[in-house]
Design a protein around this ligand. Structure first.
Ligand code: GLC
Length: 802
């Protein structure tokens, strides 16, 4: 079933029927003030942290309520509805609605009983409050007396748990006031603000929030949620709305809210506009914000234009135009936007993550930043520096970097109070592709000499940080000389321990050695170059002696010597990641690569992507196989783990198997499910964390929207793999791996400030491999463009050669 469509011209996804199988969300704002909003206006807002700066309530795992509601009421008939379909939920035969999710804003509109109404939700660039701009138009043939009520359910405490669970405390600390006739002001532990008591003031108390109406007079208000809703009523039929007046009550204990009513009359064809404003600001600051919107009614238009421009520029670094519109929508807009969202919010705020995780996961962050390097390398750099400073001097990455992280002031694994008691085998190795991509995209090899502290003590150049990461893996290895899996390798559920060895990490390490070797060559560091050459050869030898079975690479070797993912195992005998990573790392030659990827296609690939392994664990688990806790074909227990699809696409593309790469891409492309949204359930414009596989009764159902490493791995699979845009320290290789029936496509890529207008021609139906580039009329007889040949604008014709 289809619930909406992609409007690429406006960079919007348009939801045309509101009864979507799950709340389909968008993100507004920045880390300073963030908001998540569904197509039915459900969602919440927060200052800095979803868990510790929560302003609006949201009940997780329920019915997508409450939200940022605007109720409308016909004062003559008493009939009422909401601009978003929910919460009043008028019959869809009479209620027409549309939600446009854009970049940093959303517009929800409806038409019901001759009244067209629209709410534009956004957080102005660089600001820490949100705007709901309302427009109501009378499309009926008669004069209409109407009321509009904005409603926001405020938390009692910034801390999500305090607000939701510690009710014997939190219900008695907040109250509201009506101010300036146009604003509800909420205070929290207000006595702490008094000068005599200010010694008691801390970050959690003495707070103020506001909900205001600009551009129209307030005719009634309510600060108390329970009064607004009324006993045994709900968001769908608040007593205040039924009655036609909010009752003018403040909140003193209990549950606060902001509810502001305005009454107006519209002649046929007439419309009116006003704005609700919400944020965590003092009365004085709030008054200034209110005045700004009162005195300049067109301000929202200007601010939304600014937002569109901001995102337009951010996303414009790569624009492709291929025969596949769905591919284009994702690469140009939605996958790219999702990469920025995961980069910004990590795993901290969605309808699944309520924000309580108290830090950045090492591998998640480093992977996320890979997804934006091709568009905004300097933005990625800030986080890259932070993550490098999260490396301990022994070379390992800290599993969790606290939000208030300061190098040298952090607990380490094993220290009391630190969430993890041991390191994970893979964390610091993610730095290699990330640092390498940054250097290649920007050409700034001097970054390798930048001095960055370690998490515990001391500091070193980036180059030295990288060396230590390799040495950590080498000093934490098992009896076959392969890196230990430790607490987990990429797979959080695979606990191979201090002696068990991980083939995934072995390939990561192989890639890391290759990158370090390239860097050593650039720096004329012969010793490291030779060391890496011989270490990589040794590692490869062990991998082939112990892990290669002719048709597959095994997944690991347990501490007791038993192989995991071995031919003949009754369960989990064939795993995806060691096959894709054998290719990505360059360890497997192209024949071996082809063999294992064909095996993947036969054993694991389904119409919704490739399973993590087959068959799922049910009866033959072991202590380190914690995925057994999940139902079969779900998440790490042989689910279609979405993040791994990007690696599969990349591996297929690196082998020049364009048809296969594209098949894998289409299987996991959310946009491909646009017409089958009832199967996938989550948004067709964002990747999720995993999809249920063939052993599930809900094959194809996807989970954990938005905040997932999938955004970056699939982006990299598309950009470096399918599109073949592979920067090097000296220039850029363009070597696409596309389906053989793509005869021509174009790309506009900004590379180091220069524009490349690329036309790729594929007259003979090649799938990848060799290309020949003509740059500004000159045939380079190669797939490589040296950066020093580039002008500010360049015409690049790439011919794929069979
Ligand atoms: C989740 C985690 C990620 C992990 C993956 C596989 O996506 O965020 O860190 O690698 O699961 O277990």
């Amino acid at each position: 079933m289809q619930y909406g469509y992609f409007d690429d011209l406006n960079r919007e996804y348009v939801i045309t029927r509101p009864d979507t199988p799950a709340p389909w969300a968008n993100y507004l704002g920045s880390p300073a003030y963030g908001a998540i909003l569904s197509n039915n206006a459900g969602g919440y807002s927060f200052v800095k942290s979803g868990a510790n700066g929560r302003i609006l309530r949201y009940r997780f795992n329920a019915d997508d309520k409450p939200g940022r509601y605007v109720y409308l009421r016909d004062r003559s008939s008493g009939d009422y509805w909401s601009v978003s379909w929910q919460p009043v939920a008028k019959p869809l035969s009479q209620f027409h609605s549309e939600c446009r999710h854009g970049t940093g804003y959303s517009v929800i509109s409806s038409e019901y009983s001759g009244i067209r109404a629209e709410v534009l939700y956004y957080v102005p660039l660089g600001q820490t409050y949100e705007v709901w701009k309302v427009c109501v138009e009378n499309k009926s043939g008669e004069k209409r007396d109407l009321s509009a009520v904005g409603f926001a359910e405020l938390t009692n405490a910034n801390n999500y748990e305090q607000d939701g669970v510690n009710l014997q405390y939190s219900q008695f600390i907040s109250r509201t006031y009506i101010k300036h006739g146009q604003m509800i002001l909420q205070t929290i532990n207000e006595n702490c603000m008094l000068s005599e008591n200010c010694g008691l003031k801390d970050e959690s108390n003495g707070l103020q929030r506001f909900f205001a109406l600009a551009g129209a007079p307030v005719t009634s208000y309510c600060g108390d949620r329970d009064v607004f809703l009324g006993a045994y009523h709900s968001y769908s039929n608040p007593e205040a709305i039924e009655r036609g007046s909010c009752g003018n009550e403040d909140c003193y204990n209990g549950n606060p809210c902001g509810a502001l009513q305005t009454d107006f009359t519209l002649a046929p064809g007439e419309s009116c506009e006003f704005c609700f404003l919400l944020g965590a600001h003092t009365e004085e600051e709030a008054k200034k914000i209110l005045d700004a919107y009162t005195s300049e009614p067109s301000r929202p238009n200007r601010e939304v234009d600014e937002l569109k421009r901001f995102w337009g520029e951010k996303l414009s670094g790569l624009m492709v135009h291929t025969p596949d519109k769905k591919f284009d929508s994702m690469v140009n807009i939605w996958n790219a936007y999702q990469c920025f969202i995961t980069f910004t919010w990590s795993r901290a705020a969605s309808f699944i993550y309520c924000g309580l995780r108290d830090g950045f996961g090492y591998r998640d962050e480093v992977q996320d930043l890979e997804g934006i390097i091709h568009l905004d390398p300097e933005m990625a750099l800030g986080k890259l520096r932070m993550m490098i400073s999260g490396q301990v001097s022994n070379g390992a990455g800290l599993p969790l970097i606290p939000y208030d992280y300061r190098p040298g002031h952090v607990k380490l694994p094993g220290d009391p109070g630190y969430n993890y008691d041991s390191y994970r085998g893979d964390d610091a190795l993610w730095l290699f592709p990330a640092v390498w991509k940054y250097i290649c995209e920007t050409g700034k090899t001097e970054f390798l000499d930048e001095i960055i502290p370690f998490a515990d003590k001391g500091e070193a150049t980036v180059y030295e940080h990288l060396k230590r990461a390799i040495s950590f893996s080498q000093t934490h290895s098992g009896s076959h000389g392969l890196p230990a899996g430790l607490y987990a390798d990429w797979n959080d559920c695979l606990r191979l321990g201090e002696q068990g060895e991980s083939v995934f990490i072995a390939f990561q390490l192989y890639l890391a050695m290759d990158i370090l070797k390239k860097i050593a060559v650039m720096r004329h560091d012969k010793e490291t170059e030779e060391q890496m050459t011989s270490d990589a050869a040794k590692l490869k030898k062990s991998i082939f002696e112990n892990c290669w079975q002719g048709d597959r690479f095994i997944r690991g070797i347990r501490a007791d010597g038993v192989k995991v993912g071995s031919a003949g195992d009754p369960e989990a005998d064939f795993w995806l990641n060691p096959q894709s990573w054998a290719v990505i790392s360059g360890c497997a030659d192209s024949e071996q690569g082809k063999t294992v990827l064909e095996n993947v296609e036969n054993r694991l690939l389904t119409e919704y992507g490739a399973a993590l392994f087959e068959p799922p664990y049910r009866e033959h688990g072991f202590d380190g196989a914690r995925m057994l806790l999940f139902n079969a074909s779900t998440k790490e227990n042989a689910g279609i783990f979405s993040q791994t699809q990007g690696w599969l696409i990349l591996a297929e593309a690196l082998l020049g198997r364009g048809d296969a790469a594209y098949r894998c891409y289409r299987a996991c492309n959310p946009a491909e499910m646009n017409e089958k949204a009832e199967i996938r359930r989550i948004e067709p414009y964002v990747h999720g964390q995993s999809t249920e596989g063939i052993h599930s009764p809900h094959f194809g159902r996807a989970h954990v929207h938005w905040l997932t490493g999938t955004a970056s791995t699939v982006m990299v699979g598309c950009v470096e793999g399918i599109l073949g845009l592979r920067p090097t320290p000296d220039g850029i290789v363009i070597s696409p791996s596309v389906p053989s029936d793509w005869k021509e496509f174009t790309m506009r890529k900004v590379f180091r400030g220069k524009v490349l207008n690329i036309t790729v021609r594929n007259p003979d139906g090649a799938q990848g491999g060799k290309t020949e580039i003509v740059l500004n009329g000159t045939n380079l007889h190669s797939d490589f463009i040296s950066a020093d040949l580039l002008q500010s604008e360049n015409e690049v014709v790439v011919t794929m050669v069979k």
